[in-house]
Write a new protein. Structure first.
Lengths: 240, 296, 218
């Protein structure tokens, strides 16, 4: 009845098996790299938005609003096609000549910058949820602003934000698939690429779907355990 | 309980819709019959392949392939004696085979090389175009031929599996040694964009495509096509697998066009003097067309 | 010069916005409808309904949208033996995908209504249906508005993914122009600005609405 010959061996047959594993590895590396950068930028922006300085608050808000309100795909195209030509010509040529995987780098940067705007919001709500008493207590013990944030407020906010951070990480993981539009061969792109040689897209795409499903499930399971440990006593638990 | 009931109802409706949707699908129906029944034919064309199919200045979609499509529609109208709607569907090197295989389009006319590998998933019409692969480089580039590519970045269309295989074979056979870095692009126009920005040192694909990319450049004289044919690339219409009724009709239309000169007229419109790009028919191409001009 | 390349192609590019909005509106309506049903299913006390909807929601939330679009454009037609076409497959993918997110919003909204409200309403003699209609849903809806507004901005941005299957919406047209003109900086900044205006304007409007209604005060 089905006019299609399934051939699952494309998933492990050489050279496609290795290509697919490469694709999964690219997805993982890409999302981990952008996630790390995103958390750092996001943290910085969130603190900016809570700062007493008006300029810092304004810049923080502008960052979040701009990067959150432009589709990721547009940002990816912008970083890949437009940004290099904004650089001085020498630097642009250096980028093109020396950097292998320019597309992956552009993809990682755009993903990081975009994710950072969302992470910043998560951290900010985390910071807002830290009870006022904690701030006052920290300052009254004579800690400087930086020290108070470093030792009291941020760890507290981080623990509150943990569940939402998990969600954001998974969003980042899934969004990495968009980099296939600029030729990055991550899992989705690779599923497509193998299809153009073997015409067995159904198998490769199914496998890609399971990769995303499996990763999400694994991350959620692991994080649920960690969240349980990191939970702040007395705070309401997240409903599963 | 109300929520549950609502939910159960909607599930039922969904299930039945799916079921009937599947039932309605007629299996083994020829595309030709479907075209007659629906009065419309879906033809896939390229958006970024000058002059085969591309978006012109005002945003209109034109090209050599589209003129061939129009001829095919005309033949369909004569056959069925009624108006047939010509639905143009965008396709790119990456999705063209799946789109025909899943019947989104009845045929794909878009500078597609006939390969044995693709024959496993779809069928092809007789070849209607013959070209070969070459390199596009900036004028004065040190790259003159394939061996010069070693260690350089070379752009290729990510769905142009014939091109990718050709280049890889050249690397494996030691023609390009040490190998070059292959940079993949979604479409040839994106590749040319990369070449113009300096992201890659050369772009590798069929000469007819390269000539089109060059012709559409802001300063065509800054680019040149180098190297000999690495491979021959005969183009055919992509057709659904095992639909000989439809394939015979398409082939008959092509043969008629080869014989009555209308094919050459369209060729001259795009590739002749004064066309979008000048690419005289090679001797091999002429012979191919002559061989394919089967008697009635 | 910069405005030249944009002005020259303005009509062509903005022409794509019509399709972008069409996609967004249909996806929003369909996604909300299907999402509400799923959300109700997630609250159901009937075990298999709860399980089925939970699996659905978790599955779709684990998938990248681009992959879902590929499924419906390339693969489902092979399985079903019937082509869907670019527009239909994009719509189906959007609706099925976004519904998983709307479902969670709806579920959260309904759960945010204190149980005492239902008990009080029931005690005053209202039927189950009346309780839902007059007590639970209005309050749930009100609690859901901020989340719905955020999600609709995400959805509007998501329509740009229709680009990958060749639908000539706004972003695809910008891309096509760029391939011809090689003016990436101006063109993508322009695209970003257009999306920004719509998304930011929409969220501003919602925030104001929220404030006027005296919703969350923080």
């Amino acid at each position: 009845m089905l006019n299609y010959d399934f051939d699952w061996s494309v998933l492990w047959r050489e050279p496609y098996g290795r290509m697919f594993v490469d694709g999964i590895r690219t997805t993982v590396c890409l999302s981990l790299a952008s996630w790390t950068i995103a958390v750092l930028i996001g943290l910085f922006i969130a603190v900016c938005r809570m700062a007493p300085s008006r300029t810092a608050r304004l810049l923080g808000t502008a960052y979040v609003e701009i990067f959150r309100n432009v589709p990721l795909l547009v940002q990816i195209f912008f970083w890949y096609f437009a940004v290099p030509s904004l650089l001085p010509r020498d630097m642009e040529l250096w980028l093109y000549r020396r950097v292998t995987n320019l597309a992956a780098c552009a993809g990682a940067v755009s993903l990081a910058v975009y994710t950072a705007s969302r992470v910043a919001e998560v951290f900010r709500s985390g910071l807002l949820a830290v009870p006022q008493g904690q701030y006052r207590a920290a300052f009254s013990t004579g800690l400087s602003r930086a020290a108070a944030y470093r030792h009291v407020i941020l760890p507290y906010a981080f623990r509150i934000s943990l569940p939402l951070l998990t969600t954001e990480f998974l969003t980042c993981f899934k969004n990495s698939a968009l980099t296939m539009t600029i030729g990055v061969m991550e899992a989705t792109g690779m599923a497509n690429y193998i299809d153009s040689f073997t015409f067995h897209g159904l198998e490769t795409t199914t496998a890609a779907s399971f990769v995303y499903l499996g990763t999400s499930a694994a991350v959620i399971l692991a994080m649920t355990c960690i969240e349980k440990k990191m939970r702040i006593p007395g705070m309401i638990r997240r409903k599963a | 309980m109300l929520l549950g009931r609502c939910f159960r109802w909607s599930l039922w409706v969904l299930a039945w819709t799916c079921f009937f949707g599947m039932m309605e699908t007629a299996r083994g129906e020829s595309a030709l019959d479907r075209i007659e029944k629906t009065g419309r034919v879906n033809i896939g064309h390229r958006e970024g392949a000058v002059p085969f199919g591309y978006i012109a200045e005002k945003g209109e979609w034109v090209g050599f392939d589209m003129d061939l499509g129009a001829e095919l529609v005309k033949a369909l109208e004569t056959r069925f004696g009624k108006k047939i709607e010509y639905v143009k569907v965008p396709m790119n090197p990456k999705n063209r085979i799946p789109l025909v295989a899943n019947k989104t389009i009845d045929t794909g006319i878009g500078s597609t090389t006939i390969t044995l590998e693709r024959e496993e998933a779809v069928d092809f019409s007789l070849p209607y175009f013959l070209t070969g692969t070459k390199l596009l480089v900036p004028k004065g580039s040190p790259i003159r031929s394939y061996p010069d590519l070693s260690g350089k970045k070379v752009g290729v269309g990510s769905g142009s599996s014939a091109n990718i295989k050709g280049l890889r074979k050249a690397m494996d056979s030691g023609l390009i040694d040490p190998p070059c870095e292959m940079v993949l692009f979604e479409d040839h126009t994106k590749g040319f964009l990369g070449l113009q920005q300096g992201k890659i040192d050369a772009y590798f694909t069929d000469e007819a495509m390269l000539a089109g990319m060059r012709a559409k450049a802001q300063k065509p004289e800054e680019w040149e096509i180098v190297g000999g044919f690495l491979t021959y690339e005969p183009y055919g219409f992509i057709l659904p697998k095992d639909d000989s009724k439809w394939r015979d009709f398409v082939n008959a239309t092509l043969i008629r066009m080869f014989k009555d000169g209308s094919f050459e007229k369209i060729y001259d419109k795009w590739f002749g003097p004064g066309g979008q790009l000048v690419l005289p028919m090679t001797e091999e191409y002429r012979i191919m067309l002559k061989v394919l001009s089967f008697p009635d | 010069m910069a405005d030249h390349v944009i002005l020259k192609n303005l009509q062509f590019m903005l022409g794509g916005l019509a399709l972008t909005f069409e996609l967004a509106v249909i996806a929003l309506a369909g996604g909300l409808l299907w999402g509400t049903i799923l959300g109700m299913g997630r609250l159901s006390s009937i075990r298999w309904i709860y399980l089925a909807t939970s699996i659905y929601v978790h599955f779709f939330r684990s998938q990248p949208l681009i992959l879902v679009i590929f499924w419906f454009y390339f693969l489902v037609p092979i399985l079903v033996g019937k082509p869907l076409g670019a527009f239909a497959s994009a719509i189906i993918a959007f609706v099925l995908f976004e519904a998983a997110y709307f479902a969670e919003i709806v579920r959260g909204g309904v759960q945010s209504v204190p149980g005492g409200q239902v008990l009080a309403a029931r005690a005053s003699g209202l039927s189950y249906f009346q309780v839902q209609r007059h007590v639970v849903l209005p309050q749930a809806l009100r609690n859901m508005v901020p989340a719905l507004a955020t999600q609709s901005v995400v959805l509007f941005q998501d329509t740009s993914l229709a680009y990958v299957i060749g639908l000539r919406e706004f972003l695809r047209r910008v891309n096509l122009v760029d391939s011809r003109e090689v003016r990436s900086v101006e063109l993508y900044l322009f695209a970003a600005a257009v999306y920004f205006i719509f998304c930011f304007g929409w969220s501003l409007a919602n925030r104001r609405l929220e404030r006027n209604r005296g919703g969350n005060s923080c």
